[in-house]
Design a protein around this ligand. Structure first.
Ligand SMILES: Nc1ncnc2c1ncn2[C@@H]1O[C@H](COP(=O)(O)OP(=O)(O)OP(=O)(O)O)[C@@H](O)[C@H]1O
Ligand SMILES: [Mg+2]
Length: 380
């Protein structure tokens, strides 16, 4: 199902959640992006990969313990516990025997259980009668996370990783930088729970829209050997008529250069479409910028002038920044006191000592200078 549209009739194995057979395709235009083969027929393997990738990845922090508490394994089995519903798109599966409608089950308009999220954060009790109807079952990523409803809004709450637990603080400074630079982004704030920092952001998808990750967008065409990853992605977006992608990719490369983001993989950005009309609305606002600023490096390894690893278009930030097509929008002077703001954010954390804080703030200052240099080199 895609909202209330019946897309295909599938035979799903209840023991593994695998799609055993595609009995009939009713609305091919509503199929998920990137599951057709060359002759335009739905490919069962590709559809299975898409479906299975909705499940919590095996790499998720705390997953094994949570599955034990929930008595479910593998995580793909959680998919059918919530009809495959998500808070990032509008796909779901409706069992033939069940007379249910999208409006009565979708997580955007109906409440949901926090049991899965609590189990993932190690806060559920074994033996408790857990309600597994949760959008956490269909949320990607390796950091601990859960969806909650606060003041009627769907919010994603995400942890950090030991020893510095820096990712939530990085999300907060990235939000400040993007706010100043007018880069379309999802604002993240930091909250503290049990002495741990968590980042909190609002769902940027509505009941009418959906996120399609760059991975699926790039998979809509075969990449010719002589075309770069960057050009291939831009070409795929243009062929689908997704508006204004180049300017948002420019902005994403810039913020990732500043933040020294090492994890902008193809599921960490993408495009948004209207799930009913299938009209493409544009590039998604920037989200998930926490895996950055030496979050997992020791303080003495914070070397801002080193040419650090990047994704997704080039393997080094020094090369990737050269792909920016237009810097004219970039007013670097608005970032002047950003390192001081970063210092205030870092001060909240008992996991960051003074030495690390100083190293991080001066690193950010140098990255801002380096961006200025990159911009002026392009102008020549
Ligand atoms: N605000 C949001 N609104 C809707 N969907 C979101 C939002 N934030 C994240 N998502 C979805 O949830 C997925 C996981 O979130 P996120 O990328 O922030 O987690 P992560 O654990 O940091 O990921 P990674 O493994 O890339 O480090 C995203 O790929 C996206 O599909
Ligand atoms: Mg991610």
């Amino acid at each position: 199902m895609h909202r209330s549209n019946e897309v295909a009739v599938l035979d799903i194995d209840s023991d593994t959640s695998a799609i055993l057979n595609i009995d009939e395709v009713k609305r091919p235009e509503h199929l998920p992006i990137g599951v057709l083969d060359k002759d335009g027929k739905v490919n069962r393997k590709a559809l299975n990969e898409w479906w299975m990738s909705r499940a919590i990845p095996a790499s998720r922090s705390g997953l094994r313990e949570a599955l034990e508490i929930m008595k479910v394994s593998p995580p793909a089995l959680l998919l059918t516990k919530c009809f495959g519903l998500s808070l990032s798109d509008q796909y779901w599966v409706k069992p033939k025997a069940k007379d249910i409608e999208w409006k009565d089950v979708n997580f955007f308009e109906n409440s949901f259980s926090e049991d899965v999220g609590n189990a993932l954060f190690g806060r559920a009790h074994e033996g408790a009668n857990l309600d597994l109807m949760s959008p956490d079952n269909t949320t990607d990523g390796w950091l601990k996370k859960k969806w909650i409803i606060a003041d009627g809004k769907r919010m994603l709450v995400k942890g950090g990783s030991a020893p510095a637990f820096q990712e939530p603080l990085n999300e907060a400074i990235a939000s400040i930088l993007m706010d100043r630079l007018n880069i379309p982004h999802i604002p993240y704030t930091v909250e503290w729970e049990g002495g741990q920092p968590l980042s909190v952001c609002e769902d940027f998808i509505t009941p009418e829209t959906e996120l399609v990750s760059a991975w699926y967008v790039r998979g809509t065409r075969k990449k010719p050997g002589h075309i770069s990853e960057y050009q291939h992605y831009i070409d795929a977006c243009e062929a689908l008529r997704i508006p204004d992608v180049k300017s948002q990719v420019d902005r994403m490369i810039v913020i990732d250069f500043l933040m020294v983001n090492t994890d902008r993989h193809l599921n960490n950005f993408g495009a948004i479409r209207n799930a009913e009309t299938l009209e493409w609305l544009g590039a998604a606002p920037i989200f998930d910028t926490g895996t950055a600023l030496w979050h997992d490096g020791l303080s003495h390894m914070i070397r801002p002038r080193a040419d650090v690893e990047s994704k997704p278009f080039r393997s080094r930030h020094g090369e990737q920044i050269k792909l920016v097509t237009d810097f004219s929008w970039l007013d670097i002077s608005v970032l002047k006191d950003a390192p001081d703001e970063f210092s205030e954010i870092l001060k909240q954390s008992p996991y960051i000592d003074d030495q690390r804080r100083d190293a991080l703030c001066s690193a950010l200052k140098i990255r801002i200078q380096m961006l200025e240099e990159a911009k002026s080199q392009t102008a020549i």
